[in-house]
Design a protein around this ligand. Structure first.
Ligand code: NAD
Ligand code: ISE
Length: 339
């Protein structure tokens, strides 16, 4: 069976995912593309032989759309995800699930009322080979209990529109999701402190930031977010446990020796660093939809959790760096909890 996907939002990542669905993943076709920029939607749709309905609601209601991909701006995600759930259609939503905890909970409640999972959130690191190997090692128990996690999330540069709060909401949100999954533990508090700021930033931005998180079992996480580091897109993660440690590998790259030096390339952006993870993410999502199964990737609950944890981090940043307790509701049974 070919899964017919309708895409809402034909911007940068929307176009990259359309390429992925049409050129990389088997068993999928893009049959509809919509965007508030109708000209862009029409052009992108034409490239893959899709139609360009005027609105997200029209696309979701179309009998030629089996599943929905939401890649529009974050504040518009909730509306489209809720409409897809109301239509009973599987929906993959790029992060964030929604920009407020209240909207995330509305989606969780809608899915609970539907009775089975329809929503997957685009936290692609869970599909990265390196993180998956790390999880196997930690889950095997061979290293004993995890105690401390050291992380760094560095971008070469960010545009003027990137704000200090986005260090948590847009950037650290990836560690927040992947570490909850990696450690199989919940984050209960967040703290953000700011060291000396780099001169290579726009004046309004606090960069770098150091974030501290604590989990329910007492694991401490430190995360450096540095989005004007200049030299590349660099993701580091090391988990220290009772009997040893496990470290995320750098992406494979040839070693070059020349002019008395030996070096390997550093990726320059997230598209390059996580290209394979995005491909796997969509292969697994399409396979689940084609089989009529519930998605196995990050759930609406994971989207809610990420939002309340980033809210706590932003509150800490905005109030001078205190430890802020994460205010999370009990986890419903649909997502493996007891509520
Ligand atoms: P973008 O601005 O390039 O594209 C967004 C598109 O959505 C634009 O074409 C815009 O016109 C359209 N749009 C906005 N509101 C709409 C609506 N209501 N209906 C239809 N179309 C609408 O942005 P982007 O960089 O492609 O990011 C899109 C989403 O993907 C964001 O939520 C972002 O956080 C997420 N993202 C995820 C990753 C990742 O690593 N997983 C990386 C980058 C972006
Ligand atoms: C961007 O939206 C992403 O998701 C990238 O993975 C992250 O590194 C970057 O900081 C964000 O702006």
């Amino acid at each position: 069976m070919t899964v017919r996907v309708g895409v809402i939002g034909a911007g940068m990542i929307g176009q990259d995912h359309i390429r992925r669905l049409t050129e990389v993943v088997t068993g999928a076709a893009v049959t509809a593309v919509t965007d508030i920029d109708q000209t862009r939607a029409t052009q992108v749709a034409a490239r893959v032989g899709a139609v360009a309905p005027p609105t997200g609601a029209d696309l979701i209601g179309s009998p030629d759309v089996d599943a929905v991909l939401v890649t529009s701006w974050g504040p518009t995600h909730a509306e489209h995800v809720l409409a897809a759930v109301a239509a009973g259609k599987p929906v993959f939503c790029e992060k964030p699930l929604a920009t407020t905890a209240e909207d995330c909970l509305r989606i969780v409640e809608a899915e609970r009322a539907h009775g089975r999972r329809l929503v997957q959130v685009g936290f692609m690191r869970r599909f990265d080979t390196g993180y998956r190997r790390m999880k196997e090692v930690i889950s095997s128990g061979a290293l004993g209990a995890p105690l401390i996690v050291h992380c760094a999330h560095r971008n070469p540069t960010v545009p003027d529109g990137y704000t200090s709060a986005m260090a948590a909401q847009d950037t650290a949100v990836h560690e927040i999701d992947v570490l909850r999954w990696l450690l199989d533990d919940e984050i209960v508090s967040a703290q953000v402190v700011t060291p000396r700021a780099t001169r290579n930033r726009f004046d309004h931005l606090k960069d770098p930031q150091i974030m501290y998180f604590e989990t329910a079992s007492g694991i401490r996480i430190d995360l450096e977010v540095f989005v004007n580091c200049r030299y590349g897109y660099d993701i580091q993660c090391e988990t220290v446990a009772e009997e040893g440690l496990v470290r995320l590998p750098d992406p494979a790259s040839v070693g070059v020796r020349t002019a008395g030096r030996h070096g390997t390339a550093v990726p320059q952006d997230w598209k390059d660093r996580f290209a394979d993870a995005f491909d796997t993410e969509f292969r697994e999502w399409i396979a689940a939809v084609a089989a009529g199964a519930e998605p196995t990737g990050p759930s609406a609950w994971d989207g809610y959790a990420a939002t309340v944890i980033t809210d706590a981090a932003v509150r800490s940043l905005d109030t001078g760096g205190p430890v802020v307790t994460v205010d999370m509701k009990p986890r419903p049974a649909l997502y493996g909890g007891t509520a």
